[in-house]
Design a protein around this ligand. Structure first.
Ligand code: C6P
Length: 399
């Protein structure tokens, strides 16, 4: 990785060098990703899967090669198990909608106490009842309680591999094993794991896996739902339109094969190609190396932040036990998270504040919101020093 790969990182904010620590919200894009998009629009652009002409074939090839790149990146068996979506949110909505239409809409879905709203609301919208795996004060999921949540109505277990708030890595292997012992499939929300650690869906044996392109150095507006072929095959289509059909008449329509049955309409083919370029870029660096680097940043950040008086890091036990880096969420007694975030911003430091789209977790923590610093492959210890010094400065201002 070369610092110049990410042009935005050399800009300043309020006259100060940008310290970008909001990577869980979205990562910055390497030059190669942006250039791939520009190049495709300038030189290749044509709709995919539709034209016999040269450009359409070329765009289709890039799009399908991208599917294969995603397949390899997450260790899926078949490229037909890779469905392109707009992001994790759409991936979960797709599954919730399709599952509800095979008669599961009155069933139960087990989620964890630390889920993002996009792994809560789609189930509610589609008629499912949620049962929740409780969490300890230290951020660990209660696996004994999880085992008690299964009933004859349990249709799915759906949990984040890494919390977008606490940064903890959940024991998904154990969760998947237990769910399968109960004959229940599992969706893993990989929005915060795929960008930060090696992922192998086959080894993990999850039934579904979702992630977003923009959090993994790719463009916005593209994401992935992986599903085992045996799980996707019985599901009805998600949306109707072009691409997802075999034959259409006014009285009857037959549907396309996997994965196209779930991809109605013109896909974001420039986005899928650029996503593949992003995945190639980070694969070249190595997901193990990225994981080691970010884990060391997270530990360093925890070490620095916990020395600041009146500062609480949430989910600290589980975060420190995790073999991966992750977002660090904290508050300082007597300072509102929004004030802290705003003053840090004035120092050129971008962090996120608020409930992080995880209101039930905020209720569990007994807070309205937190300040969150989240790291990526390009962050450095020096930037964490800037963050810690910035927090200390704000703390002094508040007395
Ligand atoms: N979390 C954050 O700042 P989309 O918006 O579809 O790309 O991703 C949704 C999503 C799903 N699951 C988890 C665990 C997530 O962290 C997110 C997105 C961002 O934490 C934006 S709220």
């Amino acid at each position: 990785m070369n610092a110049t790969d990410f042009p935005i990182l050399s800009r300043s904010v309020y006259g100060r060098p940008l310290v970008y620590l909001d990577n869980a919200a979205t990562t910055q894009k390497p030059r190669c990703v942006v250039e791939a998009m520009v190049d495709e629009y300038y030189n290749v652009n044509a709709n995919v899967h539709r034209g016999v002409h040269y450009l359409s074939q070329q765009a289709t090839d890039l799009h399908e090669v991208a599917r294969e790149t995603v397949r390899k990146f997450i260790g899926a068996r078949l490229s037909s198990e890779i469905i392109f979506t707009r992001g994790t949110t759409e991936s979960v909505n797709l599954l919730a909608s399709c599952l509800s239409r095979v008669g599961h809409g009155d069933g139960e879905v087990i989620v964890s106490a630390m889920e993002h709203h996009s792994n809560i609301v789609p189930w509610q919208l589609n008629g499912f009842t949620l049962r929740v795996i409780p969490m300890s004060d230290g951020g660990e999921l209660d696996i004994d309680a999880f085992v008690q949540l299964f009933t004859s109505k349990t249709r799915l277990v759906s949990v984040a591999q890494v919390s977008n708030v606490l940064g903890v890595v959940n024991p998904v292997d154990e969760i998947i094993r237990i769910a399968h012992e109960h004959g229940v499939p599992v969706l893993i929300d990989g929005a915060q794991s795929a960008p930060h650690m090696p992922v192998d869906v086959s080894a993990m044996d999850c039934d579904f896996f979702a992630f977003s392109g923009h959090k993994i150095y790719g463009p916005t507006g593209v994401g992935v739902l992986y599903g085992k072929e045996s799980m996707l095959q019985p599901l009805p289509p998600y949306q109707g339109g072009g691409e997802m059909i075999k034959n259409v008449s006014f009285s009857h329509t037959t549907y396309n094969d996997l994965p196209y049955r779930f991809e109605a309409g013109t896909p974001d083919y420039v986005g899928t190609h650029a996503l593949a370029v992003a995945l190639d870029y980070i694969s070249e660096i190595g997901m193990d190396a990225i994981q080691r680097h970010e884990q060391s940043l997270t530990r360093y950040a925890v070490g620095r932040l916990t020395q600041i008086p009146r500062l609480t890091v949430y989910g600290l036990d589980a975060l420190l036990a995790s073999q991966s880096g992750g977002p660090v969420s904290f508050n300082i007694e007597g300072i509102h998270h929004l004030d802290l975030g705003t003053l840090l911003d004035r120092l050129g430091i971008a962090v996120r504040t608020g409930h992080h789209c995880a209101e039930p977790l905020m209720h569990r923590l007994g807070v309205e919101g937190t300040v969150r610093a989240s790291f990526a492959l390009y962050n450095t210890r020096e930037e964490i020093d800037v963050l810690a010094e910035g927090i200390e400065r704000v703390t002094k201002m508040f007395g």
